[in-house]
Ligand binder design. Structure first.
Ligand SMILES: Cc1cc2nc3c(=O)[nH]c(=O)nc-3n(C[C@H](O)[C@H](O)[C@H](O)COP(=O)(O)OP(=O)(O)OC[C@H]3O[C@@H](n4cnc5c(N)ncnc54)[C@H](O)[C@@H]3O)c2cc1C
Length: 243
């Protein structure tokens, strides 16, 4: 589908809020936690003939507004390199963008009574979407490692049930591992009593996933997704390079 950029605002040092609108948005029936795959540019084909599209994935912050109003809002982390970051920095109102969706398998576990969201700046949109969609009475905790204080104010974190805690360290994902794990342990959550959702830099997510698995969390109460990887651009279809 082709969507139009309707607004694009820098909301904090490292985040832009981009709104993409079009009739097809509502039909996607996005679930909280799902994303859209945006064509952010192209690169030369290996055989030297023509170009191939480069796509990046961004979680829709408020899927209910997407369905009701045909507007998909995404929070894009911007940084020095990368076609996705450059696309977000340059997208102007009225620009047309090719989008595929919905994408993503990590959605809210409806059977859980307690939900814990852990990740980095790029996970703010997903954590916001999922915690904002919980039924009343469901408990949630959010632990986010961010690099600048202003990113904590992105969107205004005002969900009544969301307990959000921000760990700020300009050094980024590697510096978050130990402290996020300590804060999680301080919550005193036992396997089987909550669903834990992880999203962000691949190394950070893999480390936290291993720690949780060692503590007894398994596929039934743990959802983990690497979004990007330090030192390596994502693949052309938006997945981080594994291995
Ligand atoms: C399921 C899924 C959902 C996602 N949801 C979101 C989302 O809601 N918001 C969001 O911002 N991203 C999200 N991502 C990540 C996003 O798709 C891109 O990977 C990210 O924007 C980087 O793309 P890029 O083209 O700018 O950089 P790339 O070409 O991937 O990377 C170029 C260089 O920049 C570095 N880099 C990449 N990202 C960052 C960063 N955030 N900070 C510092 N350095 C970086 C890389 O290490 C690399 O060296 C999601 C990814 C997946 C798979």
């Amino acid at each position: 589908m082709v969507l139009k950029v309707t607004t694009n605002t820098q909301v904090s040092k490292n985040l832009r809020l981009v709104e993409l609108s079009g009739e097809e948005v509502a039909a996607m029936k996005l679930q909280a936690g799902q994303d859209i795959m945006v064509r952010v540019g192209e690169k030369p084909h290996l055989d030297g003939r023509g170009t191939i599209p480069v796509r990046r994935r961004y979680t829709v912050v408020d899927p209910q507004a997407a369905e009701n109003e045909g507007r998909a809002r995404i929070l894009v982390g911007h940084h020095e390199f990368g076609l996705g970051s450059a696309w977000a920095a340059n997208a102007k109102t009225g620009d047309e963008t090719e989008v595929v969706g919905p994408r993503g398998k990590v959605v809210v576990d409806q059977a859980a009574k307690h939900h814990v969201f852990i990740g980095d700046t790029t996970f703010i949109g997903a954590a916001r979407a999922m915690s904002g969609s919980l039924p009343s009475g469901a408990k949630s905790d959010t632990l986010l490692g961010i690099q600048d204080e202003s990113d904590a104010a992105a969107l205004g974190w005002v969900e009544a049930d969301a307990e959000a805690e921000w760990i700020i360290d300009p050094q980024g994902p590697g510096a978050f591992i130990g402290i996020l794990w300590m804060r999680f342990q301080a919550l005193g959550i036992k396997p089987g009593s909550a669903h834990v959702y992880l999203g962000g830099e691949l190394g950070l997510i893999n480390s936290l996933k291993q720690m949780l698995e060692r503590a007894g969390f398994g596929p039934g109460d743990l959802s983990a997704k690497g979004y990007w990887r330090i030192g390596a651009g994502n693949q052309d279809h938006g997945e981080p390079v594994k291995g």
